[in-house]
Design a protein. Structure first.
Length: 392
């Protein structure tokens, strides 16, 4: 049987403290809430299609590591059993906070977690304080060491560029300390000021306390220089990995692979249909408890929209838009379909071209949003022959 490959994202929204820059769907940790929520997630899982070739699991949040090892183990056991997958046979990522439950790291691994994504954000204590984080730089280093001692061999850390008060010197020091920790993966995200957050109010009041766009771009360029010199490959705009340690789950997103979405605000994808669950904790749990769907948003992408989105996502990756890949997946020649966008971005110095396809140049990576947006609306749409060849 030819089963579609799919990822599974589970949103675990609990946090001890909500960071002032965060706009994710999160709630403060309370033991009474956890039991109700996990029961709802497992009920939603039971209604999900099981005839998929599960390729990855991602436990995101929130702070998934705020949950006990028993909670994580029980949830993963249910996911593995539902899809008929052996623990350890596919990538299984857990997002973790360095301030929480280091003693459970070995138990997470035994439950099937084989990749950690640790929210370090900075190795500068002043920056961590301004980011509202509840761990210190020393705690972060200690957590990474504890993870390695517990047997984890695929460890990623997240860093933020553009934090309030951050300078090139402080960010270079953070990068140096990150490299010293010898992770397999590093994600570097430019800080985004989200409407309605405490940071948005701070920024309106004192914008000079934040690095401007040019300064943040300089920090991102610094990250690329330092991390590539240390043996990491930039395989996506925000992501660097040692060879063989690229995130399979995220690669699934960038290839429009199907994704089963579980939990409040979780976003899923199924053959051109994109959907999102209720963002509210109460609305999500109540819907599932009533035997109803928790999905509140749905969009069915037409062929043109799928094609444009595929181009935009592909451009974020190291490989870019590959001619052969688009012919196999969509039955189209991307050089023809995106001729106008390619020409415009090439003349602006945002693209590199070879016999296999097109990808962002160094300048294009700094202006990725601008470049990618040009590809969202193809300039020529042939008949959609070959659509459906998505057994990646």
């Amino acid at each position: 049987m030819n089963r579609r490959a799919a990822g599974c994202y589970v949103h675990l929204p609990f946090c001890d403290r909500i960071c002032p820059y965060c706009d994710f769907a999160v709630v403060e940790f309370a033991r009474a809430r956890v039991g109700r929520y996990l029961k709802a997630v497992r009920a939603e899982l039971a209604r999900s299609p099981a005839d998929l070739a599960l390729a990855s699991i991602y436990l995101g949040g929130g702070t998934p590591s705020a949950l006990s090892a028993d909670d994580i183990a029980g949830l993963l056991h249910a996911v593995f059993a539902h899809f008929g997958v052996e623990p350890g046979s596919i990538e299984c990522t857990l997002e973790a906070n360095p301030s929480r439950n280091a003693a459970d790291l070995n138990l997470y691994r035994r439950a099937g977690v084989n990749r950690l994504s640790i929210g370090v954000q900075s190795f500068d204590d002043g920056e961590l304080h301004r980011l509202g984080r509840d761990h210190s730089a020393d705690q972060a280093r200690g957590y990474i060491s504890a993870a390695r001692a517990a047997g984890h061999r695929n460890i990623g850390i997240d860093l933020i560029a553009g934090a309030p008060g951050q300078t090139a010197q402080s960010f270079q020091a953070t990068l140096a300390r990150a490299i010293e920790c010898a992770p397999q993966h590093v994600s570097v995200y430019g800080l985004t000021i989200e409407a309605g957050t405490p940071y948005a109010r701070w920024f309106r009041r004192s914008p000079e306390e934040f690095p401007d766009d040019d300064a943040t771009a300089d920090l991102l360029e610094l990250a690329e220089r330092e991390l590539t010199a240390a043996g990491f490959a930039r395989y996506e705009i925000s992501n660097y990995a040692k060879a063989g340690f690229e995130s399979e789950h995220n690669r699934g997103y960038w290839r429009q692979q199907d994704c089963v979405a579980l939990g409040m605000s979780a976003s899923g994808y199924e053959g051109g249909r994109r959907f999102r669950n209720a963002r509210s904790f109460e609305a999500y749990c109540a819907a599932i408890e009533a035997g109803a769907s928790a999905q509140e948003e749905e969009e069915k992408l037409a062929f043109e929209a799928r094609l444009g989105e595929a181009a935009m996502l592909s451009l974020r990756t190291r490989e870019g838009i590959q001619d052969g890949d688009f012919r196999a997946r969509f039955g189209v020649d991307p050089r023809l379909v995106f001729a106008a966008a390619i020409d415009k971005c090439r003349r602006a110095g945002l693209l590199e071209e070879d016999g296999q396809g097109v990808r962002l140049s160094a300048r294009g990576r700094l202006l990725a949003n601008t470049a990618c947006s040009e590809f969202l609306h193809p300039s020529f749409i042939p008949a959609p022959a070959g659509v459906g060849k998505t057994t990646s």
